[in-house]
Every structure is written in C-alpha cells, then in structure tokens.
Design a protein around this ligand. Structure first.
Ligand SMILES: [Zn+2]
Length: 449
C-alpha cells in the first residue's frame, strides 16, 4: 500500500530528480523515444507530442519574424542539405571544423583526447589521438558532397537568385529552418546532437549606406531574439545574454552573443546564437556570386540569429511544467503550461463514459472542422484522460455527459485550474475560435463568469 506521505510527495521533484526519470517520463507521455541511447548515437527519435510541439514552435518563429509591420523585406528559403566541397572550403569549415580525438581499440568508438573510458564499451585501450573533421562527407557524381554543418551557407549561395541589384534592395531578411549535421563526439540528449534542426535568420545590410555603427544592427537583433523568447513564455529570470569574448567566437564572427537559458540540472545552456559575421562569408563566396557583379560592388554584411530547435523544445519541456495539489484526492497533478499556440493539441474531446461516445464523436467532428488540432480520447477513466491531457499541455478539454445529450451542450474544463463550465453546442465554435485567437480575452471572461 502507498503511504500517505508518498502521495503528498511532489511529482515534479521526483521526475526532475534524475536524467533517467525525466527521460522515462518523456517516453511514457509520447514525447521522445529512448533518449538515453542518444547520448551515444547523437540522434533523437521524437514522438507525436514532441513533433507537434516542434512544428508549433517553428510556426510561431516564422509568424514572429517573417511578417512585420516595419516594412522589412523578408524572404523564405529551403536550400539543399548536400553542400559541395568548394563552398565549405571557402566558408572555412573544412579547415576550422576539426578536433583532436582517439579511437577505442575494442569498438572503434571515437572519444575526446582526455577521456579514459570508452563511452560505448567501457574499454580503456585507445589509439593515438589524431585530427577529425566535424563534417559528414559523402560522394557526389563528380565531387565530394557534405551534409551542411549550418544552414547559413545555403542562404549566401541563394543571394544571386534574388533580384538584388540596387542598394535600395537592402536591408532584407532570409528565414530558413532545417537540419544541420556535425560529427560531434561529446554528445548529450537534446543539447548536443549529430543531427539537429536550426531556425535561422540572415539579416543582410549595407554598412556603407548606414548613418550609424553597424554593431547597432547586431544589438537590435539581440533584443528581437530576447523578445521572441519572452513571447514564447520564458520568464526573464531564466534567460540571459552572454556576449562572447574574442577567443570564444567562431572563425566567422566579428561579434557574437548567446542567448542562454537556466536549467536547474544542466545550468546555463545556449539556445540561440546571434552573430555579426561582417562580410566574412560574402568575401569568401565572391567568386561564386561574382556573376552578379552589382552584388559584388555592394558587398553586404550579415547579422545572423540561429536558434537550436531541439534545445528550445527541450527547454520548454524543462521549464513549463508546474504542479497543482488537488484538494479532493490530495494528489499532485502535473501540468504543462503551454500557451495554446504551442500546445500539441488545442482541444481534447472526451466522452465521460462509453454511452456518450457517439455524441462526443459528433462534437469532435464539429471542432475539427474549425481547422485546429484536436484530440479524441475515449478509453480509461475520465480522471486519467484529464491527467494525460494536462501533462501534454492541452489547454481545454470538452467533456460530453448525460446533461450534454439532454441539453445539447458540453462541459469545458480549463487546464491550469481545472475549473469547468457548460457551453451550448451552438456556441462551441465561437468559444474555440476565441480560445485559439483571443486567449487573453477569453481568460478574463472565464474568470468573471
Ligand atoms: Zn569502445
């Protein structure tokens, strides 16, 4: 029998007490599969709820930066992952993206020079340290091709394809998201992977036509990045800006700054990097873009904002949970406090018991027609289904019971305080649209009623 003390114990503290427990929790709730193994493999298997969260974060990012009222010209890009050797030679990656490592004599696993025990097989016998590249190489038909180590180069190579001829075409912004690849050896689930997704903004401008210090552009993008993280729902206390010293900057940076997030277990981790790359990349790619001579004359500078999507979603899962003590049961409930635009599902439709099923399915179809992501669930007790939705962050649950069928209504339950109200089916559509598009106003009305 479970003791009363045990029931009162905080579930949040329990789950966050070890990496293994957090990983198991994420697996049980269909966020991520076997995250433990990824420490060695550097690749993740994201499951339904994580994939939906990731898609929503990406959409929020695009919405935030791609359109704006200040008249900044914006462009969207999806450039190839396979990159030719010449490009990475010119960008400096071929020369600079290297590290010293040694191979395990038993299983050939690659580890850092100072490591004494193989991370894969525990053997202690290694070969001599040598230089390895962070780049993944493969064969093209006439030359070596590489999986891109960053999305930036694609944006630079795309410049001649946009009609940029006059200085008035600048400044402009290219938004691109996609996977990049680095053959890292020190791996950590979510944080350091061989295959990861980036959300990148490339802001091209002409320093000559500016009446001010180009570093001010860099500072503006630092602020915009910070505002975006606050918009997502991060608290100001949990993020900070870390300006990079000269020796900490990558080979292409004139100035650099990391946006870091504080995790109770891992400390400060980098979620985004803002770099002023000057005309470093442009100068190096001049030969390729040379065909467009007006572009060469303009020689644009670049400020880049690169957000690690895997890390960002991880930080959301680490910091958006809160716990609520339910008075009746004296149990702690775990709630993922996502804003509705990030929640995997905006709404869930749940019949109270089996006999309410066909009416609930009708309600589900009614809600789905509104074009939002809605979850239908009918197995297990209603209490368990509420808890499942709380844990994956579904803000609203619509329950169908006897009264619903009699009155033509539904019962709506709010995630964060578990309060419930009845709404007529004829007004359900209006309610949902308000929940999605005007969440602040609905919140005010809800607490007044
Ligand atoms: Zn080994």
């Amino acid at each position: 029998m479970i003791s009363r003390e045990k029931l009162k114990e905080s579930r949040l503290t329990e789950i966050f007490s070890s990496k293994r427990k957090f990983a198991t929790f994420l697996n049980e709730n269909e966020f991520v599969a076997s995250p433990d193994k990824s420490r060695v493999s550097g690749r993740m298997f994201y499951l339904s709820n994580y994939v939906l969260l990731k898609e929503n974060v990406k959409r929020a990012w695009l919405n935030y930066f791609f359109t704006s009222e200040d008249g900044l010209k914006t462009k969207l890009l999806d450039s190839p992952i396979l990159t030719s050797e010449g490009v990475l030679k010119r960008s400096g990656h071929l020369k600079n993206f290297v590290y010293l490592a040694k191979l395990c004599k038993n299983c050939s696993f690659r580890v850092k020079e100072e490591v004494v025990k193989c991370l894969n097989c525990d053997s202690r016998v290694f070969g001599k340290p040598k230089e390895f590249s962070l780049l993944f190489r493969t064969e093209g038909s006439s030359e070596n091709l590489y999986l891109r180590p960053e999305t930036t180069q694609g944006a630079l190579l795309s410049l001649p394809f946009f009609p940029l001829v006059k200085d008035t075409d600048f400044p402009f912004l290219i938004c691109q998201s996609g996977k990049s690849f680095r053959n890292e050896i020190t791996l950590k689930s979510f944080i350091k992977l061989k295959e990861f997704e980036q959300l990148e903004l490339e802001y091209f401008f002409l320093p000559k036509s500016l009446q001010r210090d180009p570093e001010l552009n860099f500072k503006e993008w630092i602020q915009k990045t910070e505002s975006f993280f606050l918009f997502l729902g991060f608290s100001r206390q949990k993020i900070r800006m870390n300006f990079l010293k000269k020796e900490e900057r990558a080979h292409y940076m004139v100035s650099g700054c990391d946006l870091e997030y504080f995790d109770s277990d891992l400390g400060w981790i980098e979620l985004a990097s803002i770099s002023y790359r000057g005309d470093y990349d442009f100068r190096n790619h001049m030969k390729v873009v040379g065909a467009n001579s007006s572009l060469v004359k303009l020689s644009p500078h670049l400020v880049e904002v690169s957000i690690g999507l895997d890390r960002l979603c991880f930080a959301i899962l680490r910091s958006f949970f809160f716990e609520k003590m339910v008075q009746v049961s004296k149990k702690h409930r775990l709630i993922l406090n996502l804003p509705i635009f990030l929640a995997p599902y905006s709404v869930a439709v749940l019949p109270l018991v089996f006999v309410h099923r066909s009416y609930a399915r009708e309600v589900f179809r009614q809600v789905k027609k509104l074009g939002i992501m809605v979850k239908y669930s009918e197995s297990k007790s209603i209490g368990r289904r509420y808890r499942q939705q709380d844990v994956i962050g579904t803000p609203w649950c619509i329950t169908v019971d006897d009264i619903s069928i009699r009155e033509g209504s539904v019962s709506i339950r709010k995630r964060n305080d578990m309060s419930q109200k009845r709404v007529l089916r004829s007004e359900l559509g209006k309610f949902i649209l308000e929940a999605v598009h005007l969440p602040g106003e609905l919140e005010k009305k809800w607490s007044k009623k």
